[in-house]
Design a protein around this ligand. Structure first.
Ligand code: PLP
Length: 449
């Protein structure tokens, strides 16, 4: 799709959502939307980018959007799933992923979690030397071998991207075994040689803000390490490399850049050994598959002016865009203005602050956003929020999590068809979550309806 087609698609979804009352100024003040056709196209471009001569398992990083129907959709499109907690594992299983298509990465796996993973046969990437010792002990005590593919996450220590909090291949990162620290590479080589069960090497150099070249260099270090294991073992002990995710997303416009094809081009340049067929590849993309296929829409409740600056108070704030509100320079979001029907609003671009409903001054989604002047009853769309936004809520002010709707089809005079991916949280849900069974009665407090 070109940029104007993307704009039209979003407007089609928004107008249909208003007509079908998925957005309503009384009952549905905000909602998340995922273009399921767009998700299918993104998954297809990922699959297409890797050569068919290599065995590849593409997993989706569940933390980017952990709604079970979304995970089930991705499974149906041929993806596996990467999980990093018991909650995400439960979501992946509920979405129907086969154990051999699930990868478990977490820096804090408990003995019980590891036992469960080995019982199920899901792939496990150990984060550190102590975890490896634990896995040793668990394997030694098992009555039957585990079907799990087992590996170690290495930290190639190649450097930092533009967002420090998202860079995991730094000298002092908390993730993986740092290969450049004194003696570590030799120690890890020895550990692999002594443990034939270690058949995988894992690397994930970071998310948003890490340049493609740096990610590719990190992968190259992992391939070099795997080659070294196999050379010392005198056989192909390491049979798979998990290259993680981390393809950055363009939050500045509708163009998808960089593309999976460009990434694979960088991998071919820096890590050609990945494509010789000697290693099966696992990937773990999250943001790049979902971000641009989702948006949040919210009503404008009031408009005002302060210090000469127009401000629109909307119903989307820190509860759905936490990272943007707390780190606006790292996580800028585009906002578009629409009238009450969902149609793009006309009028001269006017710098406005798009604020949320939370009771703290920093709750602003976009500062000085240049859109036609908003009025009460209008809608704003907060773009590129399909990953890491509405699925990772912040429960400030006890604001409810909005509904999320999937859209399919439409165009050529027909409306997109919606399906519920998550129902909206109610005040009763929030009350139940913040009350103990023996506490004061909640009955009187729950509003009717
Ligand atoms: C977060 C994470 C991913 C996904 O990163 P994206 O930037 O969303 O592609 C993949 N692997 C691991 C280990 C992660 O922590």
């Amino acid at each position: 799709m070109n940029d104007s087609e993307t704009t039209r698609r979003r407007e089609d979804i928004l107008r249909a959502a208003v007509r079908q009352r998925l957005l309503d100024p009384e009952d549905a003040l905000l909602a998340g939307f995922i273009d399921l056709d767009g998700v299918a196209a993104s998954v297809a471009s990922l699959h297409h980018a890797f050569p068919s001569s290599v065995t590849v398992l593409h997993t989706f990083a569940a933390k980017a959007n952990s709604l079970v129907p979304v995970l089930a959709e991705l499974r149906a499109l041929g993806m596996g799933c990467e999980v990093a907690s018991p909650g995400e594992l439960a979501q992946a299983l509920a979405a129907g992923f086969a154990p051999e298509r699930i990868v478990f990465d977490s820096p804090a796996k408990t003995t019980a979690e590891l036992t469960h993973a080995l019982d199920l046969g899901i792939a496990v990437n150990a984060d550190n030397f102590q975890e490896l010792e634990r896995i040793d002990a668990l394997l030694a005590n098992r009555p039957t071998p585990s079907a799990s593919r087992l590996g170690v996450r290495v930290n190639p220590q190649v450097g930092t991207g533009s967002i420090a909090a998202m860079s995991t291949a730094t000298a002092t990162s908390k993730f993986g075994i740092p290969l450049r620290d004194e003696g570590n590479e030799e120690r890890l080589l020895r550990l692999y040689r002594e443990r034939p069960y270690l058949t995988q090497v894992h690397v994930h150099a970071g998310s948003q803000g890490v340049p493609l070249e740096l990610i590719a260099q990190a992968v190259a270090r992992a391939v070099a390490f795997a080659d070294a294991v196999n050379a010392t073992a005198g056989r192909r002990q390491v049979t798979g490399i998990d290259i993680g995710g981390g393809l950055p997303v363009n939050f500045g416009g509708d163009t998808v850049t960089p593309t999976y094809d460009e990434y694979v081009g960088q991998l071919r340049r820096h890590a050609p050994g990945l494509f010789t067929g000697g290693y099966a590849i696992t990937t773990e993309f999250g943001r790049s598959l979902l971000a641009k296929n989702g948006f949040i829409a919210a009503y404008v409740e009031y408009t005002k002016s302060a210090g000469g600056r127009p401000i629109a108070i909307t119903h989307a704030g820190a509860q759905v865009a936490t990272r943007t509100v707390f780190a606006p320079a790292s996580w800028p979001l585009r906002v578009t203005a629409h009238d009450a029907t969902g149609a793009a609003k006309d009028g001269p671009a006017t710098a406005q602050d798009i604020a949320g409903p939370c009771c703290f001054a920093g709750d602003v989604l976009a500062h000085g956003c240049e859109v036609p002047l908003l009025e009460p009853g209008d809608l704003v769309a907060v773009l590129d929020t399909g990953a890491y936004y509405f699925s990772t809520p912040f429960q400030y002010n006890s604001l409810p999590e909005p509904a999320v709707h999937g859209a399919r089809g439409g165009g050529d005079g027909t409306e997109p068809v919606f399906e519920t991916l998550r129902t909206a949280q109610t005040v009763a849900d929030i009350l139940a979550r913040t009350t103990t069974p023996t506490g004061p009665s909640t009955e009187a407090a729950v509003p009717a309806g």
